[in-house]
Structure formats: structure tokens, C-alpha cells
Design a protein around this ligand. Sequence first.
Ligand code: PMP
Length: 356
Amino acid sequence: MNFEKIITKHVQKLVPYLSARRIGGHGHNFLNANESPKSEGYFLNSSTLNRYPDCQPEDLIERYADYAGVHKSMVLTARGSDEVIGLIIRTFCEAGTEGILIAPPTYGMYEVAANTNNVLVATAKRETDFSLKAQSLIDAVNNSSFKIKAVFIDSPANPLGNIFEKSELEKLLKALPDTLIVMDEAYIEFASESDDYTSMVKDYENLIITRTLSKAFALAGIRCGFAVANENIIKAMLKVIDPYPIADPVAQIAVQALSDHGVEMTRDRVAKCNERRLKLKEALNTLPFVVKTFESVGNFILVEFRDGPKVFDAMVQKGVILRSFETKPGLKNCVRISIGSDAELEELMRYLKSLE
Ligand code: PMP
């Protein structure tokens, strides 16, 4: 068979997605994927495993709607926010002719999902301090050579760790009423309550919020994410989503994580993680070869070293896996460090100090 002929042109150009573990290689201290350092215990009831689950498990949707403070008709669940991102693109962008807008440096999946779906990608510029202004996004949409259907903004941003200001979001939503504005709030639980923009979906029909249980809820392994948006957007996406995205065990665990007790445990986990982040930032700032630590409100910190690749490689040698952003525009010598456990961060600091 001639594979060149049967594979579509745009798929020929793609490269397979590598999991965080694969990118990390042979480490033991994984500080490269913004995961929680510790897993919690859950109960599984196997008596329902013979049945197909709901396409949108009702108790899970209800719990999340309650947690997010919206009506259940405004919530969709899928396999991680990664699937939600792809779903937004597949539902709203015409393949081959329309596109999305991103503001690099940003989460890589927006571009990956656009490429997989043969959807075009335009970029907007950030300010020199890496903050993002609505005007830059508005100009990029208005000046684009193709129609931009959705703007993807992560807040807290990955890897920068900063927030897209509420006043900027309001300006953007009003200036572009026919463009979807997707706020990726994967790390929102680590930020202040006032940085959570979910309640705005009631006022703006063009706003979609994406959320996940992978970060603050310490459940990256179950793959469970959400979209929160007005009912018409949710209905359109439900036409496109693959059947049964949430396996029964996933729904069972997610529902327990979203119980009052689960949410309480998450608050506690987040508070401890934020304390460790502040402590790590202070410790990093005492190292002479650290040029700058970015202000982050996520479960990670971006650090500019004098020689980023040297630090990254030295840590890999020790089995401590970080994430290098060396090749990303504006982030030369920058390495992102996930907030691991006390022991993991102490090990990291010990090895970093030995480089002095
Ligand atoms: N958004 C951002 C900004 C992320 O950093 C990540 C994961 N690293 C995701 C979304 C994807 O999360 P999920 O596990 O829910 O697919």
C-alpha cells in the first residue's frame, strides 16, 4: 500500500504527540508536567462496569456545575481540557480556511489541535513584560488574512504563570462579539478567586471557559476536563464530541473529587502547593546563576538561568526532569519547574546548589 497516497496531506505533516513521561525520559523526580506530586485514594464500584456510561454522566455534570456556580446546561465534560480544546476547534473552525488566534508563549496544545484538524493559526504579540493586552488580540483578529473563529488565552498562563486581566477580557469580549474567546483556566484553583472568570459566561455568549481535574485536583491520570459556556455553545459541541468520552471509573472518581470533602482537600492541597512555590522562588533567587524568576500563580515557576540548557541537562543527568523552553520565542535560557513535593524540591535545590 502506498501510505503517501492514502494519508491526507495535512496528516503527513504532523508528528505524534509525546506524553510527559516520554519527553521526560529516565528520571525519578518529574517536575516537567505541572502534575500534583501525590495521588489520593478513591473507591470504585465495579457493579456498573457492564453498562455503557452516559455520554455526559449526569452526576458529574451536576457536581461540576455546582462547583463552578453555573447551570448544568452550561457544562460539558470530556477527556481532559485537551479534548475540550480540540472539540472547540472541530466544532467552530472550518478546516482549511478558518483559524484560531494564540499569544505565544502559551500552552502548546492549541496549535497542536489546530494542526491536527487542518485549522490555521495566527499569533498575537505580548508586551515586553509578557502581559497580554486585548488590543493586541483585537488587532490580530482584524488584520488576519483568514477568518479567526476562536482566541485561546491561558490564565494563569503556561509557562509564564501570569493572569489575563479581567478588564482586558471585558474589552476583548465586547470588541469581538462574533469571535469565541476561550479562557483556559486549567490552573485557576492556584490563583485568587477574583481571577476566576466563570461567572462571566452568563453575560457573554462568546466566552468559553475550559477547566480540568488534572492540576489542583491531582487527577491528571483520569483525563477529565470541562467546558463552561452558554447553552448554545455546549449544544453545538455535544454534536461533535466522540461518544462516551468519560469512562465509568473516571466519572466515579471525578464525582468523589468534587464532593464537599474532595473540594476541601483540594483547597488544602492548593494552599500547601502555593506555600512551596513561594519558598522555592525565594531559594532560586539566592542562586547566582538565576537571572530571573517569573511571577507565577500556577503550580509551576518559569526561571531564566544564565545558561538554561546547562542547568536542564545537569538536572536530567541526576534524574530530575524539568521542562526547557529554550526554543520558544523570548524564552531563551528559560526552564519551567513544576511545584513538586517538599522532598522533590529539596532534591532539586541540592543539585542546583552543587552547580554554583
Ligand atoms: N491547559 C493548560 C494551560 C495546560 O497547561 C494543560 C496541561 N498541561 C492543559 C490545558 C491540559 O490539561 P488536561 O490534563 O485537562 O488535558
